[in-house]
Design a protein around this ligand. Structure first.
Ligand SMILES: *[C@@H]1O[C@H](CO)[C@@H](O)[C@H](O)[C@H]1NC(C)=O
Ligand SMILES: *[C@@H]1O[C@H](CO)[C@@H](O)[C@H](O)[C@H]1NC(C)=O
Length: 467
């Protein structure tokens, strides 16, 4: 009984406050204002509402914080001295409606049911490949969608499905401005996720994982053979669609392949060969960031999909099972967003320097069979180990007499880290695999030549303890 009263009071207060603000705005404007100004004011109201909901969220966060702070300070046996504020905080926080569920009600009442296109193949037998875009509460998703819509060669073959989590109304409205150019689906379970107190700062990753699981299940249920995943902070290159169109056959053909990614982790302009936008590689490292998977892979992963950190999970040997991805020399995606769950500093130092390919490569006209395991391993591995071996110092000081590709050797983890740092490459490992590596070999471009940073020739596999 009592809790209902408080709830009604809190909600009532916010509604009243909104109306008073609105009224005061109208009143102070009134007759003296031109029609145009009045319209401007009207447009401000939804923004004010949005600000208000942000305010609510802040209040909630503050209360959560207070609750956590006071409850974690509690010593056994001292519960009677629990500061009164934490009791009050606990009480109020239970009364404030969760922002997600509050928004959800309005979102549902307004939404028109949207249908994912059900055609899985074109008349000529080619697969329909949906582009599944993950959105939450960033209005900047329109930058990503603009790109996709602009470069899409066929609406029929590449339906764009935007899956929205978080129930953010402004983001939803921004997505809806694209009308029939895309399909919007909404992750229905906006409930809070209960995590251990020390995991709280990772809650975003739990939600992302839940969202991925739901959206991929929902999309693959239609019967598509392939899906391309795009996140809401990615720009795509002009030949993004062409790239996936030409590589999807490889995924079916070669069981050692499990993804095609548009991303090069070492894709900074100064370490790629800008004259070779057509060049593709195999990599043991799962790059993500604009990637295609098959129905069969999703069937395998969906039944054990993790609660959080899906990308690190997928890189684990238990999931990867020695399978590899295709990645380009020059990235076909580039991330523009720095706000969110990933690290802003990392964006400034690194991600924003990744070069987005500007050329249109007609991948469909290129013979891709060099990327199949047997062909690639024969040619690539052999080629790398017959190249002249130089030291890092010779490379850096440009002391190599001959032209053409070379090899540098690394023998241990620290040496690998030191060399990559000095070259401005990524120096980290996931499940023991260095970014972009294939059989331990990291290939890049430096001082106008191809360089392969490679372990010694009798390499025995990745070492899980390298991390
Ligand atoms: C996807 O659907 C399958 C079959 O209904 C279910 O077993 C699985 O748990 C679902 N996975 C996720 C991540 O929702
Ligand atoms: C593609 O290249 C492979 C060698 O990598 C060759 O065996 C095959 O005949 C080529 N296919 C076509 C259609 O040219």
């Amino acid at each position: 009984m009592r809790s209902r009263k408080v709830q009604v009071m809190v909600i009532g207060f916010f509604i009243m406050w909104t109306f008073i603000t609105y009224y005061v705005l109208l009143r102070t404007s009134n007759a003296q204002l031109s029609r145009k100004q009045q319209q401007q004011l009207k447009r401000l109201v939804p923004e004010a509402l949005a600000e208000q909901s942000k305010g609510l969220q802040l209040t909630r966060n503050l209360i959560e914080f207070l609750k956590y702070k006071y409850s974690s300070n509690e010593q056994p046996g001292t519960t009677t001295t629990t500061p009164r504020i934490s009791i009050v905080a606990a009480e109020i926080s239970n009364e404030i409606p969760a922002p997600e569920s509050g928004v959800k009600a309005t979102a549902e009442s307004k939404s028109t049911p949207s249908q994912i296109p059900t055609q899985t193949h074109l008349a000529n037998g080619e697969p329909v490949i949906p582009i599944l875009v993950f959105a939450c509460n960033r209005v900047s998703v329109v930058k990503c969608l603009d790109n996709l819509v602009q470069y899409r060669p066929s609406v029929e073959q590449f339906p764009i499905i935007v899956s929205q989590d978080c129930g953010d109304v402004l983001t939803k409205e921004a997505i809806q401005t694209f009308g029939k150019q895309l399909t919007l689906i909404e992750q229905p379970d906006l409930s809070d996720i209960v995590v251990l107190p020390k995991e709280k700062k990772f809650k975003g990753y739990y939600k992302i994982s839940r969202h991925y699981g739901w959206a991929l299940n929902t999309t693959f249920q239609i019967g598509f053979d392939f899906v391309v995943i795009v996140e809401d902070d990615l720009n795509v290159a002009p030949d993004f669609f062409e790239y996936f169109l030409a590589t999807h056959k490889l995924l079916k053909q070669d069981p050692s392949l499990w993804c095609v990614s548009a991303w090069n982790d070492n894709g900074k302009a100064n370490v790629v060969d800008t004259t070779r936008p057509d060049l593709l590689y195999r990599t043991d490292f799962f790059p993500g960031l604009g990637w295609m998977l098959t129905k069969e892979l999703w069937q395998e992963l969906s039944v054990k999909w993790p609660k959080s950190f899906w990308d690190d999970w997928i890189r684990h040997p238990e999931q990867r099972k020695d399978r590899v991805c295709i990645r380009p020399e020059i990235s076909r995606t580039r991330t523009f967003g720095k706000i969110g769950v990933s690290n802003g500093l990392f964006f400034d130092k690194y991600l924003k320097h990744i070069k987005l390919s500007e050329d249109f490569v007609q991948f469909s006209k290129i013979n891709m069979s060099y990327l199949l395991k047997d062909n690639y391993d024969k040619a690539f591995l052999k080629q790398v180990y017959v190249l002249p071996l130089v030291t890092f110092d010779e490379l850096r000081r440009n002391l190599i007499a001959l032209d053409g590709p070379v090899r540098i050797q690394y023998n241990n983890r620290d040496q690998y880290k030191r060399i990559t740092r000095m070259l401005g490459l990524m120096d980290d490992f996931k499940s023991g695999v260095p970014r972009t590596a294939y059989h331990g070999i990291v290939s890049f471009y430096y001082n106008k030549r191809r360089v392969h940073l490679a372990p010694n020739a009798n390499w025995k596999g990745y070492d899980l303890s390298w991390s």
